[in-house]
Design a protein around this ligand. Structure first.
Ligand SMILES: Nc1ncnc2c1ncn2[C@@H]1O[C@H](COP(=O)(O)OP(=O)(O)O)[C@@H](O)[C@H]1O
Ligand SMILES: [Mg+2]
Length: 465
């Protein structure tokens, strides 16, 4: 199934039902009955015994950082061989191989989650409890039969995931964010915060990142609007994508970043690495929270400052938060053009207000007017995006930051979503992102940078889709 199909089917599913996220009812979720627990693997008990035996035999070796994966694998397989052979239950060679594989998966990989992590059609894997696992496919939640042996097994798996990225989770820090090697994002919460046992939520990294074409197909952007944004990125304007949580900001940022030339040196800075750039020259940095003693934190702000010493052509910051805003503005104003980032805000005007507040958090005591001047000269274009009730995402405004009038930053909308067309019976917005007819001032600058756009796209000439 192509990405566009997946999006379309996710959207259809969402418009039919709103999937329940509080999936605590044991019988039914989202109209789908729970998978029967009675269909059991006849060797489940054997697996359990062998697994426990191995874990206690291998003990600390399982977490020995000096041991290579290959060595560990060898140890596990040897121990496994002994345990399975020593068992009296009659079994075929095929069963033996399968059991050995499953136990090896449990110990070396992510246990019962492995098949779901490998399934590209799933978007989320959610462990509510050791024996209560859900997956999301096309926007729908379903309970799956897989289960961890017990809470300890789940905890070991969580430790393994977070340990790989140098984090840890225990009673004093019972919530943690991490990432799987493939880029999937992981959140874990353990007792005492999680009342019924540890919880694990994995937002899977889609195998193929969204392209501009996908965003057009999904109705998030129109083709002319996408062309304008591509020109803005190529012409090295500074862009901010603004929107609420889950509006698709990071996804759009990734698409915008794809328009950067492959001869440019790009530094990406994120809290949790999500961006996927395919250019040749990408340097990825990830912030780090403080350790248990409250030390060792490296913030987005630290990384932005450091990035300036790395001779970047472009700086892409996953999300502007707190005082990092000041450093971002300074970077944008000191020749690091073409920077891209996102900000959590409800409108382009609100995005500027948020930036202003965040700059104040830097504690430099800058006068408001000075902050606004910096902001207006740094930011060129704001892309506003929303998540609609039906689950679709729409760019609702492409807005140019024009300059200052008195103490106020002047904005000019270049494209606006036409909500006056109303909604269909599924709650899908019928309108479109339309040019306002105003010719942006940045057009001239783009021309000077050698990036040419047909001015007709701003007046609605030609096709709008
Ligand atoms: N344009 C889009 N259309 C449909 N779904 C999208 C779109 N952009 C993102 N999504 C989905 O929405 C979720 C959140 O996207 P993300 O870009 O992380 O949002 P944000 O950064 O605003 O929190 C992801 O699961 C992604 O697959
Ligand atoms: Mg995001």
């Amino acid at each position: 199934m192509s990405l566009a199909d997946r999006l379309a089917s996710a959207q259809r599913d969402r418009s039919r039902t709103t999937p329940s996220t509080s999936a605590s009812t044991p019988t039914s979720v989202d109209g789908v009955s729970a998978a029967p627990r009675t269909v059991r693997d006849p060797f489940a008990d054997l697996k359990r015994v062998v697994h426990r035996q191995l874990v206690s035999d291998l003990g600390p070796q399982l977490y020995d950082v000096d041991m290579t994966q290959a060595e560990l694998e060898q140890q596990v397989r040897a121990a496994l061989q002994g345990a399975v052979v020593g068992n009296e239950q009659p079994m075929s060679g095929a069963d033996r191989a399968r059991i050995a594989q499953e136990i090896a998966d449990d110990i070396l990989g992510y246990g019962p989650l492995e098949p779901y992590l490998r399934d590209d059609e799933l978007t989320e894997v959610m462990v509510n409890r050791a024996d209560d696992i859900f997956v999301e496919r096309g926007g729908r939640l379903t309970r799956v039969e897989a289960a961890f042996l017990d809470e300890a097994h789940l905890r070991r798996t969580i430790d393994k995931i977070v340990g790989k990225v140098g984090r840890r989770v225990d009673e004093t820090s019972p919530m943690v964010d991490a990432r799987l090697p493939d880029g999937s994002r992981v959140n874990a919460v353990i007792p005492p915060l999680a009342l019924d046992g540890s919880m694990l939520t994995i937002r899977k990294f889609s195998a193929d990142a969204f392209t501009a074409g996908d965003l057009v197909d999904a109705g998030t952007l129109t083709r002319p609007a996408a062309d304008v944004l591509a020109a803005c990125v190529r012409g090295k304007l500074n862009l901010l994508v603004s929107g609420g949580t889950g509006a698709g900001k990071t996804t759009t940022l990734n698409v915008l970043s794809s328009f950067i030339g492959s001869d440019e040196r790009i530094v990406t800075i994120e809290d949790a690495a999500e961006l996927r750039l395919h250019q040749d020259h990408v340097l990825r940095l990830e912030a780090r929270p403080a350790n248990i003693e409250g030390k060792g934190a490296v913030t987005i702000r630290d990384l932005v400052r450091n990035a300036l010493r790395m001779r970047p052509d472009r700086i892409v910051v996953g999300e502007i938060r707190d005082a990092a805003a000041l450093d971002m503005l300074q970077a944008m104003n000191t020749g690091h053009d073409g920077s891209l980032s996102t900000v959590h805000a409800n409108s382009p005007r609100d995005a500027l207000a948020r930036v202003e507040t965040m700059v104040m958090m830097a504690g430099m005591d800058l006068p408001v007017r000075a902050i606004r001047e910096q902001t207006s000269s740094a930011v060129d274009v704001i892309v506003q995006q929303v998540r609609l009730k039906d689950g679709g995402r729409r760019v609702t405004a492409i807005t140019e930051v024009v300059g200052m009038e008195g103490d106020i930053i002047t904005l000019q909308d270049v494209f606006l979503f036409d909500f006056s067309a109303g909604y269909d019976e599924h709650g899908t917005a019928l309108g479109q992102l339309r040019p306002t007819g105003l010719r942006p001032r940045f057009l001239e600058g783009l021309g000077r940078a050698g990036v040419h756009l047909d001015p007709a796209v701003f007046t609605g000439g030609g096709e709008t889709r």
